[in-house]
Design a protein around this ligand. Structure first.
Ligand code: GLU
Length: 471
């Protein structure tokens, strides 16, 4: 069965992709996958000054990193190419001509200054500012005259009067807008480049997009886009406007709230599956709360589970999914995930044992560094809680520990059994001073796994250091 569902992501490559925009891509990709449809990527690079090829390259790498492969778009499938709006000028020109011929669009010669004054006047008399229609009734002669004088017009869409635009938003339900509230709007700038409303709508239709999931900041653009498509007799997609992401203070998510670019997240060692498990639950609910594969994330994704209220970004939750993603890494991948510099300090023969010992304590690759120092260097830094544990245990405890380790070597259970008998201590008061002495910390991976990595000589040295701390 072939599905006709086609969703898309249509970013403007004017900066690095952040969590907010990639969540939009994720929802579109998940829905297409669920429906065995197509996820399309289109690059909206009409702003020549701000669009950069390196951002396009990075955003494609980011989408692939997160597992959001597109089935149609740049580098993949060119059935509706080109997928770069900067290369579609000829296509747009045909539709501009059609609208002009239908008298559904007209050239506007108003200067920026004139428009500002008109706007201010409307605002000061308590009206919502919209284009006053100055150029909407120019005669062909007047137009010709202005063109000959070298004026460069914009092209405005003539919004029909007394019309109601209605559509069913797949997230927000039935929507109604009055066309009379919308002023005639620009669809081509004076420099000839297409305006967002126009090329975005035309491309969705020409590329056969059936559903557009996008941020609710676009909701008021949709009636304009539907009017354009209707005038051109082009099929409109369904639209769904997803709630924006906000920080804990309720304002739109920004760097201040910890929203980072995907590139930053990758560089810090965030794992794509954890990020996807978090983002798919941000403004969308699942009844399943286990860590899902990308197939499951798609299978259980439901448009009806997209929320209308702003989605609150929760850094702790994102950490939670990262932690699970780390625990799912196999040995080899976990090893490769560690920083190169970290790996270079671990003896090759200890690689496997090191990974086994420390993995429950890692959330990010850099978390391994402290254990590398503890295990493979002679440096020891006692945290204050550890010093306290050592001092409470007292000198005699460490004398006995030094005797016990001569027999037990790096066998932790033997060491603690012997010491339990000689010192009469058990539980926390046995384990904590030992852990503190051997690692300098009161928390960490299982001692049974750390001690063999530390080695007998270094362990003896640490116990002696602890002994001297008790004086
Ligand atoms: N290029 C637009 C943006 O990045 C696309 C909006 C849309 O999804 O329709 O905001």
């Amino acid at each position: 069965m072939t599905s006709t569902i086609k969703t898309r992501f249509a970013p403007s490559p004017t900066g690095l992709v952040h969590l907010g925009n990639v969540r939009t891509a994720l929802f579109n990709a998940l829905y297409a996958k669920k429906q065995q449809g197509t996820f399309l990527l289109r690059i909206e690079d009409t702003d020549a000054e701000r669009s950069r090829d390196e951002f396009t390259q990075q955003l494609m790498a980011d989408l692939r990193w997160l597992g959001l492969d597109w089935q149609e778009g740049p580098e993949i499938n060119d059935s509706n190419a080109p997928y770069f709006q900067s290369q579609r000028a000829d296509i747009y020109a045909r539709y501009y001509t059609q609208l002009e011929q239908q008298n559904a669009a007209y050239p506007c010669f108003c200067s920026a200054h004139e428009l500002t004054i008109s706007r201010k006047l409307q605002l000061s008399s308590g009206r919502a500012p919209r284009y006053s229609g100055t150029c909407s009734h120019l005669t062909p002669e007047e137009i010709q005259h202005k063109l000959e004088a070298g004026l460069q017009p914009t092209l405005r869409f003539r919004v029909p009067k007394n019309t109601t635009i209605e559509f069913n938003d797949v997230v927000r339900g039935s929507q109604r807008f009055q066309a009379d509230d919308i002023g005639d709007f620009i669809i081509r700038r004076a420099d000839g480049t297409p305006a967002f409303f126009f090329c975005n709508a035309v491309d969705d239709s020409l590329m056969g997009v059936s559903l557009v999931l996008r941020g609710e900041d676009h909701l008021t653009n949709t009636p304009r886009q539907l009017l354009i498509l209707q005038a051109l007799n082009l099929q409109a997609p369904d639209y769904g406007h997803i709630s924006l992401i906000v920080g804990d203070d309720g304002s739109p998510l920004s760097k201040r709230h910890g929203s980072q670019s995907l590139k930053d997240l990758q560089d810090k060692g965030w794992l794509p599956h954890g990020v996807a498990n978090y983002l798919a639950r941000l403004g969308h609910t699942y009844s399943q709360d286990h860590f899902m594969t990308s197939e499951e994330l798609a299978q259980y994704f439901e448009l009806s589970r997209l929320g209308k209220a702003p989605a609150r970004f929760d850094a702790q939750q994102m950490h939670h999914w990262q932690q699970i993603a780390v625990s799912k890494l196999d040995h080899e991948n976990l090893w490769n995930w560690l920083d190169k510099n970290t790996r270079s300090q671990i003896p090759v023969s200890q690689k496997e044992a090191f990974v086994t010992a420390v993995r429950p304590n890692l959330v990010f690759p850099k978390d391994a560094d402290q254990w590398v120092t503890v295990l493979f260097s002679d440096l020891i830094c006692f945290e204050s809680e550890a010093t306290q544990e050592i001092q409470t245990a007292g000198k005699a405890f460490f004398e006995m520990a030094l005797q016990a380790i001569e027999t037990s070597g790096t066998n932790w259970s033997e060491l603690t059994n012997l010491l339990k008998i000689s010192s009469g201590k058990k539980g926390k008061s046995l384990f904590m001073p030992l852990r503190s002495a051997l690692t300098g910390k009161t928390h960490g991976p299982e001692m049974g796994k750390l001690l063999p990595l530390l080695g007998k000589d270094r362990a003896i040295q640490r116990l002696k250091n602890a002994y001297s701390l008790t004086e």
